[in-house]
Write a new protein. Sequence first.
Length: 301
Amino acid sequence: GSCRRLLLVFFALLAIFTSNCAGLLSLDGVSADASSFASSGSGSCLTNWDCTLNGRCVSGKCQCFKPWHGTPNCEALVFGEAPSVRGYGMYPNVTSWGGSVAYWDQDRMYHMFVAEMAGHCPLSTWQFNSVVVHAVAEAPEGPFVAKGTVLTTWSHNPAIITQRQSDGTLLWILFHIGNADSGVIKNCTTTTATAGTPRDVVQPYITNPGVAMETTVAGSTLHVSKSPYGPFVPAPPLPSCNNPAPWLHSNGTIYLVCDGFELYRTEHYTGPWIHVASIRADSPCVPGNYEDPFLFIDPQG
């Protein structure tokens, strides 16, 4: 569930920098100030772990980071009302999974890379009919409108990060599973496998108005582009990495959680990828089974 995925993220970071459940470390001077807190929890605490790692234990009480709520130990999110049509895949109705979003200041749009089940198929076909689609929106909550297919079958669980290059351009680095080298798609309305573009009701995939589109090249678990509109070209493949969860450090190092339990880092997306730590799945601090991690840094660094 979502709670387990969030806990895995914090546990992953703490596994690297601490040797016990109570320790926390501030990285690169990142620290939480008063503006980071939303409310006080009603429960008591001894360490930050008692605040679900969503706040700081101060004088025996949890001070919750925004947008977590203090009932009683910062384990609940504060939600507001959302419009009925948001996110991706509602109009037209398609089956999708996940969705990774990055902002581009050049067009002032939010760009999502999402797994979609092609051929009008349900989620049960994800192991062979999943493709990666690019969609855009004016706001982070959407609604996102599909612009085209980035990677054909088979590709799944996309995760995007952007990295500013020395020449000032923004590089789009797309992590995923599957090599996107099949192109064979099952059509769930006719049960016939066909080759070709998965999407049949979207506008052509173009780089920018008036600019011809170069064909995306398949054949890796990592693709890069100088634009969210493509073309995405294959980079050296990742290490064995199911459900990749990348995060870009401010110093340029890329961290990557794979398989829910292995943490890697690299100084360049082309590698080499260095194994940093194995995350214990049997920790007495956070028991349970984990998958589909998401890596980020909280206000404490």
